[in-house]
Structures are given as C-alpha cells and as structure tokens.
Design a protein around this ligand. Sequence first.
Ligand SMILES: [Zn+2]
Length: 144
Amino acid sequence: MTLTLDRRSTKTEERGKSMDSSEGQWFDGGCHCGKVRFQVRLYSESALACNCSICAKKGFINLIAAAEDFRLLAGEDHLSTYRFNTGKAEHRFCTTCGIHPFTRPRSHPDGYDINARCLDAGFEFLSITPFDGQNWEESVGSIT
Ligand SMILES: [Zn+2]
C-alpha cells in the first residue's frame, strides 16, 4: 500500500501500524465488564467527536461503520437500548457495566456508530474531527 505523507499516515507509521484504505483493518473492542465484545473494520483513522446532548455526556467518539464492517461477537443478551428525542437512534449499552459501545445511528440506520473509546487499541491513533451534533440537521450532510 502507499501512504501519503499527511498527518494521519505519519501518526499511523509512528505507531507501527498500517491501515489499508481499500481492505480496511479490523479492531477489537468491548464494554468494561467484557460481556459485550465486537469487531469493527476501519478504512481510515478518521473519527468524529460529537457535541450532542448524549455524546457530550458520555464522551462518545464516533466511528461510523457500515453493517458489514461491524460484528457483535458477544453480549447481545446483555445489551439494552436507550432512545430519546426522535427515537430513531438506538443507543445500545451494557446492562452490567453501563458502558455504551455502539449506537444504531439516526444518520446511518443500516449501520453502526462505534464508540472509539471502547476499542482495545485505544483511540489515540485516530484523527478526531468535531461534529456539531447540537445542530444535527445542518451537520449530518458532512458525514460521509
Ligand atoms: Zn459490560
């Protein structure tokens, strides 16, 4: 693969990782108690930090993934769902430890919004861009 010398690829190389933007790279993650385990395939180091009412309070760092790029490995029976406002997004959280590993988002109802803070590898390797979820209707078009 060829890496362009932008800030993200430099950071990636420093950590001794390479992410193939065509094949993607699978990352493991889970809740705190370990009952909920998942894998997500990322194609870039880009993440969003949303300032909406729930992401701000949880410190949720958003990784949008298509359905085929997310696997729930364990814990479906330990997950509950919190809904608010339009009720379209399904905010899934572990009923044992309370951690919120992912959402079925309103912006991508067929996909997933993964909490980068739940990755086993940590989230420091990601490039985090602010997302103005307080003005969701105006901002959602910026998510690719
Ligand atoms: Zn848990």
